[in-house]
Design a protein around this ligand. Structure first.
Ligand SMILES: NC(=O)c1ccc[n+]([C@@H]2O[C@H](COP(=O)([O-])OP(=O)(O)OC[C@H]3O[C@@H](n4cnc5c(N)ncnc54)[C@H](OP(=O)(O)O)[C@@H]3O)[C@@H](O)[C@H]2O)c1
Length: 382
């Protein structure tokens, strides 16, 4: 039986990937999380996984989930010798999803992405040397491709060390890939690079709102300062989660790097705006010439007093705007072939996502576990 050590299993993409792994394989999952006690862990996991599971299905899932208290910022992930020995010979693969997506904070990206990934690599090194690992999967991002302008990017040429990056997030994730390649040369590796992940074609609910909030703010502008032909490489979380689960567990993936993106099937700003008409009741007006002025406006909004809505929207648009206007898509032919299905077209589900997110005030209405809920406990490793 396979035992997969997962980081980031409590996050947005982690919830999709882990529930898909439980669905499609008989693997046990060892979830490294910052919770230290079982009750806190169950609570945190339920907050994330209730997007997918009923309380009954969640209880079933818990029978296959081991809690591994740990922190990417702590030396050796906070794991002592006994914990590492318990994992050795049992864990058959590592799926590293956790990261800081805080594009504005060099410190968060340095600590979580660089120091954290180095510690995860060191643990993987130990596990490979003590029993062997069938796979190390690193969930990366298309942001490793750095600054681009109207390009179609292929996996093997995406990283160009002479190119500048938009932010500390892209820069640190690029170096994470480098560390994995350099330090785990003898381990079977897969690098998965999602593009902009938003929403789910099966329902309007989401638990992650950063990009959705920016999308809604842009959609609500009286004049959108974009060329309507700009392509936006947006991909749905359901397909990304499925791709992570399938590519991680594939015996012999045909490639080492996969873009989890919409690629040449990406839609233009005009096509997305047209799809939103039913929800917003109005046709979008594009004003590409406002582009440069808009940059200034966003920067000014970003300087508004901290905590105000204007500052919040300004901060969001400031970090995401370069990824909106760069008109760049990431070839997904490899992933579509290997996964056996393609992502859903964003225009087919962006309307309900827009309406639900705004109606909810960009907050997921979490429900607590029912009082009758009994934690069945995880698998026991006698
Ligand atoms: N979402 C996107 O649009 C997108 C696009 C491209 C690539 N990606 C990549 O996909 C991955 C997951 O993104 P996401 O959107 O799912 O992020 P997310 O919802 O913010 O989840 C991040 C996960 O990382 C964990 N984590 C953060 N700091 C940690 C620490 N110090 N110690 C242990 N765990 C820590 C979090 O655990 P806690 O529950 O303890 O906070 C959480 O499970 C990342 O590698 C990201 O670069 C995402």
């Amino acid at each position: 039986m396979s035992v997969i050590l997962v980081t980031g299993g409590t996050g947005f993409l982690g919830s999709y990937a882990c529930t898909r792994l439980l669905d499609e394989t008989d693997a046990e999952l060892v979830l490294l999380t910052r919770s230290t006690d079982r009750a806190g862990f169950v609570d945190k996991l339920w907050r994330s996984w209730q997007l997918h599971l009923s309380p009954e299905a969640f209880a079933d899932a818990l029978t296959r989930v081991v809690l591994l208290p740990g922190d990417l910022h702590a030396p050796d992930l906070g794991l002592d010798d006994a914990a590492r020995q318990a994992l050795a010979g049992r864990v058959t693969s590592v799926l590293h999803i956790a990261a800081s997506l805080n594009r504005k904070s060099s410190k968060a990206c340095l600590n979580t992405n660089l120091r954290g990934t180095l510690s995860v690599i060191r643990l993987a090194r130990f596990l490979h040397d003590h029993g062997g690992l069938a796979r190390f999967t690193h969930v990366s991002t298309v942001a490793v491709a750095g600054m681009r302008d109207a390009e179609d990017v292929a996996e093997d040429t995406a990283i160009d060390w002479d190119r500048s990056d938009y932010d500390p997030y892209g820069r640190t994730k690029k170096f994470c890939e480098h560390m994995v390649r350099e330090l785990l040369p003898d381990v079977s590796k897969v690098f998965l690079r999602p593009s902009i992940v938003m929403g789910d074609p099966l329902f309007p609910q989401t638990t992650q709102f950063d990009m959705v909030r920016a999308f809604c703010a842009i959609a609500d502008l009286p004049a959108i300062p974009l060329d309507p032909n700009t392509r936006l490489d947006i991909v749905d979380a359901r397909w990304v989660g499925t791709a992570i689960a399938r590519l991680h567990t594939m015996a012999q993936p045909p490639h080492e790097i996969f873009h989890l993106s919409s690629g040449q099937q990406s839609h233009t700003a005009r096509e997305i705006a047209d799809a939103l008409v039913a929800e917003t009741g109005r046709t979008a007006r594009f004003a590409p010439r406002l582009g440069t002025g808009f940059d200034w406006t966003v920067r000014a909004m970003n300087r508004a007093p901290r905590g105000t809505m204007v500052a919040g929207i300004g901060a969001l648009l400031k970090v995401f705007w370069p990824y909106v206007v760069y008109d760049t898509v990431f070839d997904n032919t490899r992933a579509v072939e290997a996964v056996g299905e393609a992502p859903a077209p964003f225009p087919s589900y962006c309307g309900p996502l827009y309406a639900w997110s705004k109606a909810q005030g960009f907050r997921y209405p979490h429900v607590p576990l029912p009082p009758s809920f009994q934690d069945p406990g995880g698998p026991t490793w006698a």
